[in-house]
Design a protein around this ligand. Structure first.
Ligand code: SF4
Length: 323
């Protein structure tokens, strides 16, 4: 199946007075139409910046500094701003931003906020019918259109912002931490909704989260992000059953298991590096239990069964016993 989305060597930096903060630095992945993907990593690893870069919604001083974002065969990173605003943002790529449900305007009804989006994007048709359809699509009663944000629960508000993102029927939906601040039951409902939209409506979903277990419920493939780079990409089954990168292995080991006899709490010593001045070579080097001399230079992407891993342990020319 051809790629729906291909991200090639994408970099997005924040240009500060002290130098560029390399929040996204040479990221590569591809997604076919039938796939959904999760991007997982610790806080401040660059995953939200990656989502904003794909939407071209980075706030100054952030900007895309290199690479390509090929959506349905077209490099949308290079489109003129007007072209992107009129023809791509929300129409082809939409995003549920982190905390978006708290940004609903308290003085307007849900229906008027949805109608405003349709109006701004030149929708021609029956506004009320479209609003009702989009609310139904996310499992809400169309009567919610006449209610104000404060009358809705957290889960209902999150469904509303997903409905907003889907209003113009985009091909790709990016959801950044869509279940943060929701209770566990509502989290499951939102994940089930995203899964349903992917399976039944054919929406390609890119889910950004710090929660590997949550992402694995919906994603066909997972990208593990560390210090601005994707260090491992693979099918969800491969990432779980046979994690290769030492960071992925440590992330999985850090998840407490209720029924395991191992009651020890595993954590990753040290902290992620500053993205203003990341270490040369492998960025995980200062925290990695397998670090070796070769790791002082930047590892390339070594192919795996279902993706790649950026780690010198998988260099077929390097005979290492550390793996
Ligand atoms: Fe560890 Fe080296 Fe692999 Fe980096 S390249 S993760 S330091 S073994």
């Amino acid at each position: 199946m051809p790629d729906k989305l291909r991200v090639q060597d994408l970099s997005a930096h924040y240009l500060t007075g002290q130098g560029p903060v390399k929040a996204v630095d040479g990221v590569n992945f591809a997604l076919s139409e039938s796939e959904s993907m999760g991007i997982v990593g610790e806080s401040a690893c660059g995953k939200s910046t990656l989502g904003s870069a794909l939407m071209r919604s980075m706030q100054a001083p952030g900007r895309i500094t290199g690479g390509a974002i090929i959506l349905s065969g077209e490099d949308i990173a290079r489109l003129p701003d007007n072209d992107f605003d009129n023809n791509v943002r929300w129409k082809k790529v939409a995003m549920v931003f982190q905390g978006a449900m708290n940004a609903l305007d308290p003085v307007y009804t849900i229906g008027s906020q949805l109608r405003e989006i349709l109006d701004e994007h030149g929708f021609r048709g029956d506004f009320d019918a479209k609003v009702a359809e989009s609310l139904k699509q996310v499992g809400l009663d169309p009567a919610v259109a006449s209610r104000y944000p404060h009358e809705l629960s957290g889960g209902m508000k999150q469904r509303v912002v997903i409905a907003m993102a889907l209003l113009l029927e985009p091909d790709l939906l990016i959801a950044d931490e869509p279940t943060t601040a929701l209770d566990v039951l509502v989290q499951s409902q939102i994940i089930a909704l995203l899964k349903k939209l992917h399976r039944e409506k054919g929406v390609t979903v890119l889910l950004i989260s710090h929660d590997l277990a949550l992402v694995s419920q919906i994603a066909d493939k997972i990208g593990i992000m560390y210090a601005g780079q994707l260090v491992e990409v693979g099918s969800t089954a491969d990432i779980y059953r046979n994690p290769k990168h030492p960071y992925t292995q440590a992330l999985i080991a850090a998840v407490p298991r209720l029924h395991s006899s191992d009651k020890k709490i595993h954590f990753i010593p040290g902290s992620p590096p500053s993205l203003l001045d990341p270490p040369g070579g492998c960025r995980f080097y200062p925290r990695c239990p397998h670090a070796m001399d070769a790791c002082k230079s930047d590892p390339p992407e070594f192919p795996t069964e279902s993706g790649y891993v950026r780690c010198w342990l998988y260099d077929p020319t390097l005979k290492s016993s550390a793996r």
